[in-house]
Ligand binder design. Structure first.
Ligand code: ATP
Ligand code: MN
Length: 463
């Protein structure tokens, strides 16, 4: 008897096979004719498989009639054509119970729980329809990410998680140290002496793999890195996590237009893969979470992203005469309310903004001839806002060093980064896509804490 997933057992092709199905009971009810209907789910798809358990089974009275939501079972029997809504069902020859779930204690009974409540049960929430669907869609997106770059010949590089450089130059990093905080060695100025720390210098969890990806891109051409990223920003929003996953392609001999083309093709590939391979889960999100997600994704796959400069966007925002909490003027960082106006009201779709003021962007972005803007780009989408941030990198050594000094960074500390411009420098570009914001956008889930298995946010790191 071969093991089969619920997904496979639900296909008409399975009819007639003798199989073993293993999973967790969702519901059980008696039927008058002397048998029970049990719905079993094993996570392979959203839908359950119906089990017909006849009263003849030896453990029918003693065990099967006592099954409730959450119990784990193995069922062997034949897949039959079903007369009901589903195509198939299994006629049980044997039902073996592995673990009971006391209905008086098991929290996931029929009653619906809020997502807030389910966050307190992060160890049980993947057993719900919503979190099962999120996990499957997230998995499919990760496959798309690798497929997209591998198919284009990009090399997957692993950039370090522990780093001594601050890519954004913005602080907001988690320190990595083995010093005893209560008894740390001091230097002559009275500060903590990190030369005695594990790495002989201050070190942190990475906020981006970009700088290291540039090292590989300027040797091997097109590369990407995909891994966990950490930001100690104390922003309690529905779009920020302290630990999130980011995919960062970096391309040698590429300018900002090539970068925008790649970002657009990349997002469209992810969306069309999910629409094609996660149809059942996406139908669920469209029905229960956000009734616009299917239409939105289908529309995006077929249309062109709007591309406009930061300056043009500022003009539109000013001309809109909207009452924003933050007044817009040239030079300001755009807030989520502005991004949402552009993507939701004005353009009704994704927008790529480029050429931002140099004063609000990091040192590594290429300075435009106007001297005031840099070759930055952000991809904005309705509801979620910024999903991608990227740029063409500054490949000119003198300009790069000037920009570092302007931002109070010491070029000597980035000696290896400036070396890339000293020896065989090339125009190059790349971006970072936040995985969780992508899952949020695709599924319509409102809170980023519900699209990562174990969210880390200020004050919260249980499980
Ligand atoms: P934001 O302005 O929204 O805080 P950012 O400009 O700091 O984002 P980047 O440094 O450009 O973000 O990072 C690239 C991408 O990583 C973003 O476009 C977003 O998708 C994702 N990202 C950034 N910060 C977070 C976070 N704290 N939690 C989840 N995803 C994030
Ligand atoms: Mn950004």
């Amino acid at each position: 008897m071969s093991k089969m997933t619920v997904l496979a057992a639900r296909q008409p092709a399975a009819i007639g096979s003798q199989v073993l199905i293993q999973g967790w009971v969702r519901t059980r009810r008696d039927s008058k004719g002397g048998f029970s209907f049990i719905e079993i789910n094993d996570g392979s798809c959203m839908a359950n498989l119906q089990i017909i358990a006849d009263a003849d089974l030896e453990n029918y009275e003693s065990e099967i009639t006592r099954l409730t939501a959450g119990c784990s079972i193995s069922v062997s029997g034949e897949i039959k054509e079903s007369g009901g809504k589903q195509a198939t069902e299994i006629l049980a020859a044997k039902v073996e119970i592995h673990g009971w779930a006391d209905p008086d204690e098991y929290p996931l009974q029929k009653k619906r729980h809020s997502f807030e409540k389910l966050r307190e049960w992060a160890h049980l929430r993947p057993r719900t329809n919503t979190f099962g669907a999120v996990a499957r869609v997230r998995n499919r997106i990760c496959k798309s990410i690798h497929d997209f770059y591998q198919d284009r010949g990009f090399l997957y590089v692993h950039t370090p998680i522990i780093t001594a450089s601050d890519c954004e130059g913005a602080g907001e990093m988690f320190r990595v140290s083995t010093l005893d905080p209560a008894n740390a060695p001091r230097n002559d100025e009275g500060g903590i002496d990190y030369t005695q720390d594990f790495f002989d210098r201050p070190s942190f969890l990475t906020v981006s793999g970009q700088l290291e990806a540039e090292i590989y891109a300027t040797a091997l051409g097109n590369v990407y890195t995909f891994g966990p990223t950490f930001r100690a920003e104390n922003s309690n929003t529905s779009r920020h996590l302290a630990e999130f996953w980011m995919v960062e392609p970096e391309m040698a001999f590429c300018d900002l237009d090539g970068n925008m083309d790649l970002a657009e093709a990349f997002l469209k590939q992810i969306f069309s893969d999910v629409l094609e391979d996660c149809a059942e889960d996406m139908a669920f999100f469209n029905q229960h979470i956000d009734d616009t997600v299917l239409e939105t994704l289908q529309g995006i796959v077929k249309s062109e992203f709007t591309r406009l400069s930061y300056s043009e966007a500022v003009d539109i925002l000013i001309a809109s005469e909207q009452k924003f909490d933050h007044q817009v003027e040239w030079g300001c960082d755009l807030q989520s309310e502005h991004e949402r106006y552009l993507t939701e009201q004005h353009f009704s779709g994704p927008v790529i903004l480029y050429d931002y003021p140099c004063t609000i962007k990091p040192f590594y972005m290429r300075v435009n001839d106007d001297g005031k803007t840099v070759r930055a780009m952000d991809v904005l989408v309705p509801k979620v806002g910024e999903i991608i941030g990227g740029s063409q990198r500054e490949e000119r050594l003198d300009v790069l060093e000037d920009r570092m000094r302007q931002q109070d960074l010491d070029p000597a500390e980035y000696w290896w980064y400036t070396d890339l411009r000293k020896y065989g420098t090339v125009p190059h570009a790349g971006f970072g896509l936040g995985l969780e914001r992508t899952v949020q956008f695709v599924t319509g889930m409102q809170n980023i804490r519900d699209v990562i298995p174990f969210p880390r946010t200020p004050g919260s790191a249980e499980f």
